[in-house]
Structures are given as C-alpha cells and as structure tokens.
Design a protein around this ligand. Structure first.
Ligand SMILES: [Fe+2]
Length: 190
C-alpha cells in the first residue's frame, strides 16, 4: 500500500524523482519493525538492517545510501525529517497509510484505554500527521481519506453513544447514578 501510494505521489509532483529509490525505499521502509521493542526506533534501526540487506548487491554505494536514508527518514519517530524528494514521497505515503481507514483499525490494536479515548487520540494525532505532509498532492489524498474516515468514525461514535445510553439506562433503573460524571457509582437518594 505504501509503495503504491509512493508511486502515485511521484507521478503527481514536480520534483524530479528516482523511481528506483522510491520503490526500494518504500518496500524496505518498515524492515526495522522486526520487534515491537524497537517500535519508536524502527526507522533508525531499519536503516542499519537495510544497509546489511543491500550489501553485496550490484548497486552503487551511493544508491544504497539513498535507500537507507529513505528508510531512516520515513517516520517522525526517527526525529530526522525527510530532505530529498524520494524521502519526502515515502514519508508522505507512509503517513497517508496511517491516516486511512486501515490506520484507524490498526490504532485500536493493542492500545490501552476505552474505545472512546482511543478514537479521540487517533483523530487528534491524525490532524498533526496531516499537517506534516510534504506535498500538496499528498494533502489532497489525505483529504479524500478523511472523508471516508469521518463516515466510519461517526458510525463508531454513534455505536459508543448508543451503548453508553443503554448502560446508563440500566444503572438509572437500578437506582445507581454517577456513571460518566464520576468513576464511583452512588445509590440514588430517595
Ligand atoms: Fe514505519
């Protein structure tokens, strides 16, 4: 998905792009995710793995270095922003992947907290990620994804609201109040 989006962005921007660097970089961009222990460093870690991976292939050292730079700089967690057009393209493609529907679904996996909290956190970080996109064309793709996502998150929100009101109804019926406004449930005074 990231590779496909990276190719799409490459075709729609004015910056000159080396397609080999973009394709190799986007295919290898998450190679550092071999263990969750390095999740926040997977770009930096991935750069070293990619370097070893490419060693011995009949490609120029400078080409290998450019691919490794793409891997390192594809994510904000590396704290090294993308500089070359190829790095910016893969960065944007990876960000757009995170901003889409699949990104939202992945956002629910293994996260602590209520569905409501996870959804709110995701929508906030989504906006921050969107603001960091490098190309106008990427922002257009992001806007299209946002419309799809808003429909889906509205469905989730409605289900959560319905569930909450039915739970509140049960507590109300049992004479318990305070759910939602307080963690502790109290018996309603008669
Ligand atoms: Fe990544």
């Amino acid at each position: 998905m990231v590779t496909r989006t990276a190719i799409q962005i490459s075709k729609n921007i004015e910056d000159p792009i080396d397609p080999f660097i973009v394709i190799a970089g986007s295919l290898l961009h998450d190679i550092g995710k071999t263990t969750s222990h390095f999740a926040n460093f997977h770009g930096l870690f991935g750069g070293s793995i990619a370097e070893e991976f490419l060693e011995g292939l009949e490609i120029e050292n400078s080409t290998s270095e450019r691919i490794c730079r793409v891997v390192v700089r594809h994510t904000p967690t590396s704290s090294i922003p993308p500089e070359t057009p190829e790095e910016k393209v893969v960065y944007d493609a990876d960000t757009l992947d995170r901003l889409g529907l699949m990104g939202l679904l992945r956002g629910f996996i293994g996260k602590e907290g209520s569905m409501q909290e996870i959804l709110e956190k995701y929508m906030t970080s989504r906006q921050l990620d969107y603001d960091k996109l490098n190309y106008e064309y990427s922002r257009e793709l992001g806007m299209m994804g946002a419309q799809e996502l808003e429909g889906f998150s509205a469905v989730i929100q409605k289900r959560l609201d319905d569930r909450m009101s039915s739970i509140e109804g049960i507590f109300e019926k049992e004479g318990l109040i305070g759910i939602g406004s307080s963690k502790k449930l109290k018996k309603k005074k008669k």
